[in-house]
Design a binder for this molecule. Structure first.
Ligand code: B12
Length: 230
């Protein structure tokens, strides 16, 4: 237990020092110690990101620091995600979700956490990445016969692209074929209602709960969310 906490504290420290090599080594140790990857993503990485945000806002660090830290966090997420049992998850997954960060927005961390938790909860999750053009969401959803389109936006300037995806679906008379789930820092339930999305989640746990509700799946067993606070 003590060693676990130490590894997680070390990981947070090296993220805040933008040290990718050290972060990779500690992540390997975390994987060897069989610490729940979801807990690492949703607690340690999310905490580091919050702390970086505070430092950025108070002028203690600047954009290049955020870029460096973002790269480190993305690499750690990638390593952790590779340990999830993809095959087993896909076999069970009957509902398909395409997820991505909307056009002109490159924030990936929150979206990655949501995608990971969806996968862990048996959704077949197709991650389209960041800066995804509105039409691409629709194209991919059709190609993969998706049930849900999940749209992440971290910037107030890119939130309108969530609406645009819905408008494209409406114009193509495809709106009824997909549930649209929205989220991301500045997104609220009110915004979701305004743009006629089907659901909103303030964090990854809510994203899963809402996705299950929208697709008619039974609610998540509490242990699947263990250690996950937001
Ligand atoms: C890291 C970061 C970056 C990194 C991103 C690296 C990466 N690979 O992701 C970099 C340096 C690239 C970056 C760039 C910019 N950023 Co930035 N960034 C951040 C920062 C510090 C952390 C974001 C983060 O990862 N949070 C942690 C995750 C876990 O939280 P989250 O993303 O909110 O996700 C959770 C929920 O929202 C939800 N969720 C997320 N997606 C979805 C989707 C669905 C469907 C659902 C249901 C739920 C859901 O679940 C997640 C898990 O709980 C925030 C500040 C902050 N405190 O948030 C600023 C912030 C988001 N950035 C900001 C800005 C302004 C920018 C830039 C414009 C800066 C500039 N002047 O160039 C650029 C824009 C680049 C672009 N075109 O996208 C502003 C946005 C202000 C606004 N409201 O519009 C913020 C808030 C900082 C600030 N206070 O000024 N940024």
């Amino acid at each position: 237990m003590k060693q676990e906490q130490q590894l997680l504290a070390d990981l947070k420290k090296v993220i805040l020092e933008y040290a990718e090599d050290r972060a990779e080594k500690i992540t390997q140790k975390i994987i060897e110690a069989k610490i729940d990857p979801l807990q690492v993503m949703n607690q340690t990485i999310a905490e580091a990101a919050r702390e970086l945000g505070d430092k950025f806002e108070s002028g203690e660090i600047f954009l290049p620091h955020l870029v460096m830290a973002g790269d480190v966090m993305a690499r750690v997420s990638e390593l952790l995600e590779s340990t999830l049992e993809e095959g087993a998850i896909e076999q069970m997954g009957v509902k398909t979700i395409v997820i991505g960060t909307v056009q002109s927005d490159v924030h990936s961390i929150g979206k990655d956490i949501v995608a990971m938790l969806l996968k862990a909860n048996s959704f077949k999750t197709v991650d389209l990445g960041v800066d995804v053009p509105c039409e691409e969401f629709v194209r991919q959803a059709k190609a993969r016969s998706a049930d849900v389109i999940a749209l992440s936006s971290l910037l107030t300037t890119t939130m309108p692209f969530q609406r645009e995806v819905i408008q494209i679906l409406e114009a193509m008379e495809e709106r009824g074929n997909y549930k649209v789930l929205v989220g991301g820092g500045p997104v609220t339930g009110g915004w979701a209602e305004e743009i006629r999305a089907d659901g909103y989640g303030k964090d990854a746990v809510e994203a899963v709960v809402t996705a299950k509700r929208l697709t008619g799946l039974p609610p998540t067993e509490p242990e699947a969310m263990e250690g996950v606070s937001g």
